[in-house]
Design a protein around this ligand. Structure first.
Ligand code: SAJ
Length: 440
């Protein structure tokens, strides 16, 4: 009689295996679409009624997946959506794509993973494969999912069921690398788990890179994002050092970037935003405490990046002082509030810190961002993006370029502004040459 593993691999290879994706956000929805387009029958399960309702209508709510691409999959029945976790009892393969934020204390918030795991645990049966995609600390798959899904149900992992980790690598808005063509790292609790997970993912995603354990896969993702966070912090500190020495950091970076090997360009900015880079490395430093080890690079980088908004406001205060003006009572216009250019996500955006710090210094602050119509400050106040950008630019004592969206007409802003603090080198050469502009 064929083993459970052989039977499951056959179902995965002939696409008769039924797939469920838990969490239909910017990771889960593209993954569901990629599996459905590969020929699997997929059910997206999300407790958010609005998401499930939108998907049932075939209407997408994330930019990376168009409604035109989604509708035919829903109409054909290839892709379904539900808020009901009991659908899991019919499933053969489940991918967990839920958020892993930080708590206010700075510790990992595992509540979404625990909630999804508790729901799935009710419906576990022989012949299932489960893959966790959420970025988390090394050991989560083995320490959190394995006991709750397998041992609690009397299922032997690697024989009755299969468990692996495969880090999500979705960069929202990116078009050159998507879920389909971004290499996918997969690491199993056992060798058999890795084989089953690779057979599943390999049936839809172009390149699978197998590693020897779930921990190796969890750590690979943290290395990727810790690498970015630390290099951004390093270049932020270069900006501070260059300013002390009267050297133009932007010129220095451009010069270093001419090196065709052994260098990777990062640019300084007002701080580190987003729901990945500032957060993922702290999952690692938090875990290392259990090993009595201090992840000094991560902690130092986090300190530097976290301090950048304050550094920017201090630079603005000094620059206004040079112009005989106090920051207190000054009219400040924050240009761009999203956490990175050409993006509508404000999570962890340094713009929120800059706004609050300017307000604490007594400045009158407005903001403009075509992608962020309203925002809530750290103090809980509602702000709206100013309706007339150029009017606000003319009225401001200082325009603070925080997020350099491509849509802005920087030449017009430069002509209309009294003074600009450019934290992103958004104005480029024109900014370098203008007496009305100071750069980070
Ligand atoms: N930032 C800088 N200087 C830089 C690069 C970024 O200050 O040189 C700032 C950005 O303004 C932003 C923050 O860092 O506030 C994070 O920017 P990011 O470009 O890293 O963008 P994210 O947060 O969207 O990162 C995602 C990540 N994708 C996943 O985790 C799957 C990351 O791994 C990708 O490398 C990154 O996109 C990317 O390359 O765009």
């Amino acid at each position: 009689m064929a083993s459970i593993k052989t039977t499951l691999i056959e179902k995965l290879k002939d696409k008769t295996a039924r797939i469920a994706i838990l969490g239909m956000g910017y990771v889960g929805l593209p993954l569901a679409v990629v599996f459905a387009e590969a020929g699997f029958h997929v059910t997206g399960i999300d407790p958010d009624k609005r998401k499930a309702g939108s998907l049932i209508k075939g209407v997408s709510y994330i930019p990376d997946i168009s409604t035109e691409r989604l509708t035919p999959l829903v109409k054909s029945g290839q892709l379904k959506a539900s808020t009901d976790f009991s659908a899991l009892k019919e499933m053969d393969a489940v991918s967990i794509c839920v958020p892993t934020p930080l708590r206010k204390t700075g510790d990992p918030d595992m509540s979404f993973i625990l909630s999804a795991t508790e729901q799935l645990a009710k419906y576990m049966h022989k012949g299932m494969v489960v893959v966790l995609e959420s970025t988390t600390y090394p050991g989560t798959t083995r320490e959190v999912l394995l006991p709750r899904l397998g041992e609690a149900n009397g299922l032997a992992v690697g024989e009755d069921w299969f468990l692996a980790f495969s880090p999500e690598r979705v960069d929202p808005g990116r078009e050159d690398y998507t879920t389909l063509n971004t290499p996918k790292v997969v690491g199993g609790i056992t060798q058999a788990c890795a084989e089953v997970a690779a057979a599943w993912y390999g049936g839809a995603i172009q390149h699978i890179h197998l590693v020897s354990s779930a921990e190796a896969a969890e750590m690979a993702k943290l290395l990727e994002n810790t690498f970015r966070m630390i290099n951004i912090a390093m270049v932020n500190e270069m900006a501070i050092m260059c300013e002390r020495m009267g050297v133009d950091v932007w010129e220095v970076i451009e010069a270093a970037a001419t090196k065709p090997f052994g260098f990777m360009k990062f640019t300084p900015g007002p701080g580190l935003g987003g729901h990945c880079i500032p957060i993922d490395p702290l999952y690692l430093s938090w875990k290392m405490k259990a090993y009595q080890y201090t992840a000094r690079f991560i902690e130092l980088a986090s300190d530097i990046n976290t301090n950048m908004p304050r550094y920017v406001v201090t630079r603005i205060l000094e620059a206004l002082n040079e112009r005989g003006q106090a920051l207190k009572g000054a009219r400040c216009l924050v240009l761009g509030a999203a956490y990175k250019p050409d993006n509508d996500d404000i999570r962890e955006s340094p713009a929120l810190d800059v706004i609050s710090l300017l307000q604490k210094k007594g400045a009158t602050v407005e903001y403009h961002d075509p992608y962020i119509p309203t925002l809530k400050t750290h103090e809980g106040a509602e702000m709206r993006s100013v309706p007339d950008l150029m009017r606000a630019v003319r009225a401001a004592d200082v325009v603070v370029a925080v997020t350099n969206h491509a849509v802005y007409d920087y030449q017009a802003i430069l002509e209309a502004a009294k003074f600009i603090f450019d934290s992103r080198n958004a104005l480029g050469k024109a900014g370098k040459e203008s007496s009305k502009v100071e750069r980070l």
